[in-house]
Design a protein around this ligand. Sequence first.
Ligand code: 9WN
Length: 462
Amino acid sequence: MREELEPEDDTTRPAREKSAEVKPLAAGVLRRNDLDTWTKPGPSLYPHQWSWDSAFIALGLAHLDNRRAKRELETLFSSQWASGKVPHIVFNPEAPPQSYFPDAERWSSAALSSDAPSSPHTSGLCQPPVHAIAVLRIWETARGREERRIELARSFLRDSYPRLLAWHLYLATARDPEGSGLVTIYHPWESGMDNSPRWDETLEAVEIGDLPPYTRYDLKHVSDPSHRPSDEEYDLFLWLLELLKKARYDEATIYESHPFLIKDVFFSAILVAANEALLQIAAVVGAPEEERTLIEGWIERGRESLEERWDPDLRLCLDYDLRAEKSARVRTVAGFAPLIAGGLSEERLEDLLETLDSSSFAGNPRLCWPVPPSTSPEEAGFHPRSYWRGPTWPVAEWLLWYSLIRAGKPERAEKLRRVSLEQLARGGFAEYFEPFTGEPLGSPDQSWTAAVALDFLAVGSG
Ligand code: 9WN
């Protein structure tokens, strides 16, 4: 039976009291998923290191243990490809057999590309570049502390800066050969929003060829298969992977032949926000002027190109399919990309805030908590229980909160932070939540959910 949550019951308890309970619980989740040098995204569903999860985890850990936070990112970046790419998965050689598919063998990254490290094995894709934001948070939590701690953090920034620069350079060049300011993704897994209806039209046009057989292991870790992508979606994911392997993960070959080439506005906006963070890091480490100018150029170009992807009717930003030469006209949380990228005109900011609070998103009257669902409940492709097709995701809430603060909207940010924390205080640190009932879904004790809770608590007023 479905457990319905009733937030009204709890209104008499002060928010501060509930927050005090959240912190040790969130810290406990990170501790239990901790494998010493990196953290599992979830206790059983995700037994390897994931790229953007680790970035969020590091910014949460920064409030508990600065050294451990640094280690999280150092571990991830030690598997950076020679091209600068940060792989979306670093495989854990100790993971139980048959725990996650596709596994290292299926990816065969090191066998196919000389850019890939061979130990540990990695996947051939990447994920949104939240890392510089996390590095900056580590610096911010150390500042104002004792001199030794500040010096250690500065030295971490010095080590991280060239790696981050190489990563962003890879995204600005190999992933944007057009010099458009927008990043091209090759697979829904790269977006971090795997089965979002953003990809439906593109995927419908993909013809699956001779797909080697496989067994899904993810379904044994969730209480109900409808929370996860469908078998049809998995076949498409696996087929795209076969095509990338056929191209030996070579960017130029992929660009010539691959059927999934999308200018992802959400990924691109995170890159702009991460470039803002990188610019601050560059200042701390005294990076050369020409590198700072390069980063400033990326920020400017990214913002301009996101503005070009604005849809005045939906009042959201839309992805662009390079093969089909058309926009994906679906309302998802990714459409708030310009808010994440920042530097907006008053008018555009107001448009975005109105969309955010409209019935298409956080103002929908059926919602349990006024937080934006991953897909608008007014969309045909909306599904309240299926992964990125409707559930609310605390990491997406964190990104919008962080962006509202940067946009100079502290009150709106604070409202989102409080509601998001209430949701977690009631529902625990689930991977995602049913938007109408608040039911926790997906993997329980998800690390990045706990991590953003810690950041919400530390940075907000509690
Ligand atoms: C595929 C780990 C990852 C997140 C993604 C989320 C989900 C993987 C999966 O889990 O993706 O990469 O197996 O579903 O969509 O954003 O990084 O938490």
